[in-house]
Design a protein around this ligand. Structure first.
Ligand SMILES: [Zn+2]
Length: 365
């Protein structure tokens, strides 16, 4: 589609302009936002029922001219157009960069996993500004708690969780896992518990294919990182059955849990169905996960904007062969337009992580 390409080119120019225009001169009469969603509908009017005239994709940047009932107005293909504000991330002012006090650190940190989030501050509540891959190395310019401040390729600052690097907070000789003491300061109620997080599918097994060709495995990879981060913040000892985009057999997933005698096993998935209307969150259990399933489903349903699909018995091999209380979470239908739009946002995935963590706390306490 030609017009779309031209529009993308325009968006690129706009982004370049934003990046390289002098920060001080921006009096900011109009606000700039980034699309925090892989697909965002652009509509003729500020309403969910209005005609769709195009789509934006993740990290596209738009300028907003006015706001109405949770919708913001921009221009699309030269025409007035509206998008839901909920899916937009305000772009931070580049003046923040100059504040970064460069301390005399000579250390560097090498990232230990693919898809590691680089954030604007020391915690998972901060916005993601970049994604690093295993082997990427950054100079450390500071440390706050368990987080390293690092120097990015363009010279700006970012923050990364020290436990995802080869340089743990507190120095190279301390242990890579956050110490129980520091974990307790955030919230230690999962301290001492071994939780296996199982990101479904991976590699040649793409899982469900949703609208716009979205692959379940990709959404799960990012969701699992949020879940692992959140559980670790609560003191849990977390193992991921995969740490990137590669194939892991169902037998291997169970045996990872069984060999370390995990306290709980949580398999993460997104659903799909030929009927567009199928939607909502469902939790499955087999022989030993019913109570855990009820806790997690309750917590997810009350904290996330999708429909409550309830708990169900499921004869899944990955549940059957796992000794720990095991559940399989279907965190929304990627074959449903509304579910898909929600589950692709960082907000949804981090809220899901929070809900899973809270559900586990209720289950174990
Ligand atoms: Zn799946």
């Amino acid at each position: 589609m030609y017009w779309r390409k031209y529009w993308m080119f325009g968006a690129g120019l706009l982004l370049l302009f934003i990046l390289f225009s002098p920060a001080e001169s921006s009096a900011n009469s109009k606000e700039t936002y980034e699309v925090g969603n892989q697909v965002l509908n652009v509509r003729e009017a500020p309403s969910r029922n209005a005609n769709i005239i195009g789509t934006l994709s993740g990290s596209d940047t738009i300028t907003v001219f006015q706001e109405k009932h949770g919708w913001v107005q921009t221009y699309y293909g030269g025409k007035e157009a509206w998008v839901a504000k909920h899916y937009l991330i305000p772009l931070t002012h580049s003046s923040q960069k100059s504040q970064s006090t460069r301390q005399s650190y000579n250390e560097s940190a090498t990232i230990q996993a693919n898809g590691v989030r680089i954030r604007t501050g020391p915690g998972t509540d901060y916005r993601v500004i970049d994604i690093a891959a295993a082997g990427d190395t950054f100079q450390i310019s500071g440390t706050d708690g368990e987080w390293h401040k690092i120097v990015l390729g363009n010279g700006s600052a970012g923050w990364v969780a020290s436990w995802l690097t080869d340089f743990p907070a507190g120095g190279a000789n301390s242990q890579a896992v956050p110490s129980p003491a520091s974990a307790q300061t955030s919230n230690g109620s999962l301290s001492g518990l071994k939780i296996v997080v199982d990101p479904g599918h991976g590699g040649k097994d793409v899982g469900a294919i949703g609208l716009n060709g979205v692959h379940e495995k990709d959404l799960i990879t990012s969701t699992a990182e949020y879940v692992a981060e959140e559980l670790r913040r609560s003191g849990a000892d977390v193992t991921l059955t995969r740490n990137g985009d590669y194939f892991v057999s169902l037998g291997r997933r169970s045996s990872i849990s069984n060999t370390q005698a995990a306290d709980a096993f949580i398999s993460l998935h997104y659903n799909s169905f030929p009927i567009l209307a199928a939607n909502g969150i469902r939790t499955y259990y087999n022989s030993n996960g019913q109570t855990l399933a009820q806790q997690l489903q309750g917590s997810l349903a009350s904290n996330l904007p999708l429909d409550n699909g309830g708990t169900h018995y499921g004869d899944y091999r990955v549940l059957r062969n796992t000794a720990a209380p095991a559940v399989l979470l279907e965190l929304g239908f990627i074959s449903n337009p509304n579910d898909l739009q929600e589950v692709q946002t960082p907000y949804y995935q981090s809220n899901a992580a929070q809900a899973i963590t809270n559900g586990l706390k209720q289950y174990f306490n």
